[in-house]
Design a protein around this ligand. Sequence first.
Ligand SMILES: Cc1cc2nc3c(=O)[nH]c(=O)nc-3n(C[C@H](O)[C@H](O)[C@H](O)COP(=O)(O)OP(=O)(O)OC[C@H]3O[C@@H](n4cnc5c(N)ncnc54)[C@H](O)[C@@H]3O)c2cc1C
Ligand code: FES
Length: 272
Amino acid sequence: MKNPYIPKLARITDIRDETPDTKTFCIALSDGQRDFRFSPGQFVELTVFGYGEAPFSISSSPMCTDHFELTIRKMGTVTSALFRLGINSVIGIRGPLGKGWPIEKMKNRDVLIIGVGIGLAPLRPLIEYIIANRKDFGKVVLMYGARTPADLVYKYEFSRWSQNIEVHLTVDVGDETWKGRVGVVTVLFDEIDVDPKTTIALQCGPPIMMHFVTKKLKELGFPDDSIYLSLERLMKCGMGFCGRCTISGRYVCKEGPVFCYSEIRGFLERAV
Ligand SMILES: Cc1cc2nc3c(=O)[nH]c(=O)nc-3n(C[C@H](O)[C@H](O)[C@H](O)COP(=O)(O)OP(=O)(O)OC[C@H]3O[C@@H](n4cnc5c(N)ncnc54)[C@H](O)[C@@H]3O)c2cc1C
Ligand code: FES
């Protein structure tokens, strides 16, 4: 039997700057595998040999199967070593891992997508899936916020996305180039029109943001089972073996990282 801890070799094929501390890495598996398939919201474990392994959400379109992308903020050991690598460098990949967004449940419903900062990474494959299968979904609204205009990721996608879905942006602190909304992401609730009876809400960002967004969704009348969140926990195996990532007895790596709010009610309140 194959050892699931052994990563597949992969190559960095391109690197794009997103923000001053965040880059998107394009990656192709080295074994000639050209059908890397994943579900939006899943993640991989990435190894920088000699430094270690860390989990990252897959951030590219699920329709593209010959390579995939990861959008990564420089944080500590693994990400600093990754940022020193260049195109053609060899890395290790395990995955795709975990459970993604509830696409089947979303079909024929309106969709509200809420992201903050790099939290847009696991939502980008979902947005691309919706755009590629637009007639399967009702009204689709994206609310996205970042600290400053320079911290918005995927700026080059916004005008294409706007042709297919409603896009609402805000930043905590503007600058002389910024003509849009200023304030935390919840300020955007006053410029959107969603029906809690027909809409499913999906969110990813820091726990404090998800706490306040969930509070607002509840005030608007969203039932718990129409609210989904992608959670981040410290992880090791990524496959439900080590128990490192558990919350309320659930394995975030295997049963998540996407959870329905009804499954993890109380966790957000304890996390903030
Ligand atoms: C399912 C999942 C998806 C993720 N997707 C992305 C992504 O798309 N892009 C991205 O940039 N990052 C993502 N992360 C976070 C990323 O895995 C961590 O930041 C990782 O630890 C970075 O590794 P490092 O060795 O560079 O930093 P480390 O040296 O491990 O850590 C640097 C600091 O960050 C803290 N830290 C690390 N991970 C976490 C965490 N999960 N929660 C709270 N504090 C933490 C550490 O305690 C330490 O203080 C994801 C995490 C999970 C669990
Ligand atoms: S990271 Fe090992 S059980 Fe989740």
